[in-house]
Design a protein around this ligand. Structure first.
Ligand SMILES: Nc1ncnc2c1ncn2[C@@H]1O[C@H](COP(=O)(O)OP(=O)(O)O)[C@@H](O)[C@H]1O
Ligand SMILES: [Mg+2]
Length: 239
């Protein structure tokens, strides 16, 4: 059996790639599959296989499903043939249609020795909260394990609302990060894999010692908090 952990949410900018990067730190042997319009997880190099998705989902739907039929074939084949635990970062506006395909393939994937786990990321944004229940319900049909990560980047989600949405899935929390703008840029361009490789001297010469130190602390905390939020799903992945 090879386990795969899917990080999903149709809403963009909620922290899917952030949690994928944290998962990649937590499970160094894991491979990464990135499904998105453009590749972002560059720092992970050969660990990542990127599958480009078309930007205009409405245009795809307008073809009456024809254009969409084979859309995920390459991804599914990569999943079915993987022999190493894999984390799958599902880009914005893709989760619903991808889950639909996985639902149909549930038996075939099981026969191919694939076990799926799903992490649904929610923020306090109405769009993210609205998408979560249907994704979690859909995941029930093909996933062995379901998790919810509450990303507090836009504030906390009401606790009982969160429990309702989670529908029994295990919940963890990523606290909001107050980040220096340079830390934001480093996280965006280099993820967490570059944090340990930052050159303190070089950073100090560029930003001064005080700010350089703050940038490094911001990034170290962000990385640790994100790894903590993905800890349970990561344990399931290697379990
Ligand atoms: N808890 C948080 N606090 C502050 N910023 C965050 C937090 N989580 C994510 N971010 C930032 O929000 C942006 C969007 O996150 P990203 O992981 O790219 O979202 P997605 O992959 O869902 O589109 C990134 O710049 C990321 O660093
Ligand atoms: Mg992303």
């Amino acid at each position: 059996m090879t386990r795969h952990l899917i990080i999903a949410q149709d809403k963009g900018g909620v922290g899917k790639s952030t949690l994928t990067r944290a998962g990649a730190e937590a499970v160094p042997e894991a491979k990464i599959i990135e499904i998105d319009m453009s590749s972002r997880l560059r720092e992970l190099g050969a660990r990542v296989t990127f599958f480009p998705m078309r930007a205009d989902r409405d245009a795809i739907e307008r073809t009456g499903g024809r254009a969409a039929r084979g859309e995920y074939d390459a991804v599914i084949d990569a999943i079915a043939s993987a022999t190493i635990p894999t984390i799958i970062d599902v880009g914005a506006n893709t989760s619903n249609s991808f889950f639909h395909v996985l639902q149909n393939l549930s038996d075939d994937l099981a026969s191919a020795g694939v076990e799926m786990g799903v992490v649904i990321v929610v923020t306090s944004e109405p769009g993210a909260l609205a998408e979560a229940p249907s994704l979690l319900a859909s995941a029930k049909t093909f996933a062995r394990a379901r998790f919810v990560v509450q990303n507090q980047m836009r504030g906390a989600v009401d606790e009982s609302l969160l429990r309702n949405i989670a529908d029994g899935a295990e919940i963890s929390t990523l606290p909001e990060q107050i980040l220096d703008e340079e830390a934001v840029a480093i996280a965006r361009d280099g993820g967490f894999a570059t944090v340990a490789k930052l050159d303190p001297g070089k950073l100090s010469r560029k930003f001064g010692m005080a700010r350089a130190s703050r940038i490094r602390r911001d990034l170290a905390r962000f990385r640790l908090d994100a790894m903590q939020a993905i800890c349970s799903p990561a344990n399931w992945l290697i379990g």
